[in-house]
Design a protein around this ligand. Structure first.
Ligand SMILES: *Cc1c(COP(=O)(O)O)cnc(C)c1O
Length: 399
């Protein structure tokens, strides 16, 4: 696709524009209906046009949209308190996006290191990680395509494979400048690759022994998507720093860094800031999102519907050559095939499903957390034959 003038050519966009949505359904400008199995990349937690969210935002827009962090913002305090309660951590900084939350985490790690006398602090990051597209966060990202053309990269990162404790122990033995480990509890862009629970617990122990910060990027897997408020909670650990964003305000731009202990005290006035971050509109959206999730039991729903979808895909595609693995937690699901399958995005759209392919070979499902049995059934009825046909085509061509 050529760029849509006058926009920069940053996206290979599908030739569809959505005019409105309702619940888990999206409608394009021609009036066609699609089942939303992507939620704007894990953003529309409550789906579209959620009555509580719409009413609260209408009311908030009329009251105040933005003031400034030069003044008290009571809604920030409220949402901060809620995040503290849900995470077991102590302090929050609000910003506007995932990369901003990760930038703040990286600044915390460096300043924490300097306070401990480390002149050149290093942060351990993972292969296949995705942390954003600013210069620092693309440097932390483990994907050469994201980095290509933007060198020189930011220094101070040491890379290890995910779920490889021995590699991390070697780093501990060899690199005295390390001050933090930074990883996703479930890699999203990397292809729905979960950090194992025993690995997360071992990393927590190593960080405690070494005085390193454990920083868990929950930008995509956080905010209830996996059936826990935060995906690392299935391992029974608490990180020192936790960036959040995507689904936290159900579509209104937001980012947050939650911290505890020494990490929560690193920033002092003048060290960090943001103009838009923590504005009343985004804070209200975050509060209503969490309220509605609690009221509607959306964590349990994500677990249950996620299992339903995963087991349906597994049984529907059982014995189909070319299916590698169906994996995920709650409503963060990857279907890995043995070949590039980007073409499935357009075919699914044609069939009335909005989904995504990541890491070239992984069909990614990130539906809104309001997905019900009917939505899951519709998804399975459409997606399973679509993938089966795609895999059989390849087999026929090879024969
Ligand atoms: C999307 C994502 C980011 C970047 O978030 P933006 O809001 O696009 O800057 C960072 N980390 C993870 C794990 C993500 O999925």
């Amino acid at each position: 696709m050529p760029a849509t003038q006058p926009l920069m050519n940053t996206y290979a966009r599908q030739p569809v524009a959505f005019s409105h949505g309702d619940g888990a359904w999206l409608y394009d400008t021609a009036g066609r209906r699609y089942l939303d199995c992507l939620a704007g990349i894990a953003v529309n937690t409550l789906g579209h046009n959620h009555p509580k969210l719409v009413a609260a935002l209408r009311e908030q827009v009329a009251r105040i949209i933005h003031s400034s962090n030069l003044f008290e913002v009571p809604l920030q305090t409220q949402l901060g308190a809620k995040l503290v309660e849900l995470s077991g951590m102590t302090n929050v900084f609000f910003c506007n996006s995932g990369l901003e939350a990760n930038e703040a985490a990286l600044k915390i790690a460096r300043k924490y290191g300097h306070a401990r006398g480390v002149a050149l602090p290093e942060v351990v990051v993972c292969e296949r990680a995705f942390h954003g597209r600013s210069i620092a966060t693309l440097s932390a990202t483990g994907n050469a395509k994201v980095q290509a053309g933007f060198e020189p990269l930011v220094e101070g990162f040491v890379r290890v494979p995910l779920n490889d404790l021995a590699a991390l122990e070697r780093v501990a033995a060899e690199r005295p400048g390390v001050v933090a480990v930074f990883l996703e509890a479930i890699q999203g862009e990397g292809g729905i690759q979960p950090a194992r629970a025993d690995y997360l617990r071992a990393v927590r122990r190593l960080c405690d022994e070494r005085g390193w910060l454990l920083m868990i990027d929950e930008v995509q897997c956080g905010t209830g998507r996996t059936g826990k408020w935060f995906a690392h909670q299935r391992a029974g650990i608490v990180p020192d720093v936790m960036p959040l964003a995507k689904g936290l305000a159900s579509g209104v731009p937001i980012g947050a860094v939650v911290a505890r202990g020494a990490a929560a005290e690193v920033f002092q006035p003048g060290n960090h800031g943001t103009t838009f971050g923590g504005n009343p509109l985004a804070m209200r959206a975050g509060l209503v999102t969490i309220d509605a999730m609690e009221e509607e039991g959306l964590l349990a729903n994500a677990s249950r519907i996620g299992e339903l979808i995963m087991s349906g895909v597994r049984s529907g595609l059982a014995g189909t050559p070319g299916l590698v693995e169906v994996r995920g937690q709650g409503l963060m699901i990857g279907i890995e095939l043995d070949r590039p399958c980007g073409v499935l995005v357009a075919r699914a759209l044609e069939a009335g499903l909005v989904l995504n392919v990541t890491a070239e070979r992984v069909v990614r499902l990130l539906p809104p957390l309001i997905f019900d049995d009917g939505h899951a059934g519709q998804l399975l009825d459409t997606l399973v034959p679509l993938i089966r046909r795609f895999l059989e085509e390849g087999a026929a061509r090879a024969a």
